[in-house]
Design a protein around this ligand. Structure first.
Ligand code: GUN
Length: 292
């Protein structure tokens, strides 16, 4: 069993990005600029956004954080999105999710100029990704693809089972794993209503768990030699920790790991890669790689 070290891989990639930024600046180019909108004080969102700002510093990017209280109206938030769309200095931006209930997340996502949508959530980017055109790919699936590639894990012709059908992870992951230019795998998507979930998991060469249910995947669901990717990051109460919680994956690591050829830990697996892929998308935005 080999542990897939997302933290180390992300650090390597961030150093590569920083190097490229230095080359861009030396050639007289512009420093990439990522902006983030954060609404309210959700603990998880605060942490994510703080880490995104730190990652920008590590990569040599400019970053701007725009904070609003959770009573901001939808109209005001859409106006802020419009301002970022029109700000020529901002190469890419994100609106951290979730948003307060009185604001339509879909409306906000669709208001973002797709050419600056470094989250890859806009329907134009989702659609272009689905048919294999150049576009921003959402960070978590892109991070998983990158880990599989950097660890030379074969995917072509393999059976890949994805647990979860979210717009951010499950669905795009399935699209990418099936496409010839990315995973080139045979893909099955299982979810909370799947009648044959365990049987499907047992047949998987690559199992990607993204259901948000702590320790859902147990040893009896995994065959010998499988590669297991754990996307779960549920906060479970833990009185022994300073912050009162620990992150728990979707995989019962201790009993599953001995059966795997490769496995990602939680934390330190997929998580650090996600923010790193946002940095890669921001670099692409700065270089106008996909859209003029
Ligand atoms: N909330 C949880 N993950 C994400 C993400 O990747 N992007 C944004 N904008 N919000 C999130």
């Amino acid at each position: 069993m080999e542990l897939i070290d997302g933290k180390a891989t992300a650090a390597t990639i961030k150093a590569e990005i920083r190097q490229e930024v230095e080359e861009i600046l030396a050639a007289g180019g512009k420093r990439p600029h990522l902006a983030a909108i954060l609404v309210g004080h959700d603990g998880g969102s605060e942490t994510y956004v703080k880490n995104k700002v730190l990652a920008c510093e590590a990569c040599g990017f400019k970053s701007t954080l725009l904070r609003f209280e959770d009573d901001i109206t939808e109209e005001m938030l859409l106006h802020e999105v419009q301002k970022l769309n029109e700000d020529a200095d901002v190469d890419g931006f994100i609106v951290q999710l979730p948003l307060p209930k009185h604001i339509s997340e879909q409306k906000v996502i669709e208001a973002i100029d797709y050419r600056k949508d470094v989250d890859g959530f806009h329907p134009i980017n989702v659609g272009r990704m689905a048919i294999g055109l150049p576009c921003y790919i959402s960070a978590t699936p892109l991070g998983i693809l990158t880990l599989l590639k950097r660890y030379n894990i074969p995917t072509s012709g393999k059976k890949c089972v994805i647990l979860g059908r979210s717009n951010i992870v499950g669905k795009p992951m399935a699209q990418l794993m099936m496409q010839k230019q990315y995973g080139d795998s045979t893909v099955t998507v299982c979810h909370s209503r799947s009648a044959t979930l365990k049987e499907e998991c047992l047949a998987a060469d690559i199992l990607i768990a993204a259901i948000g249910s702590p320790e859902f995947v147990t040893a009896d669901m995994v065959k010998e030699g499988t590669t297991v990717i754990d996307v779960g990051t549920t906060r479970v109460p833990d009185a022994t920790r300073k912050n009162g919680f620990r992150l728990c994956g979707d995989v019962k690591f201790d009993e599953v790991a001995p059966k795997c050829s490769y496995i990602t830990p939680v934390p330190g697996g997929v998580g650090p890669m996600t923010i790193c892929m946002l940095m890669l998308n921001t670099l692409a935005a700065g270089k106008k790689e996909y859209y003029k």
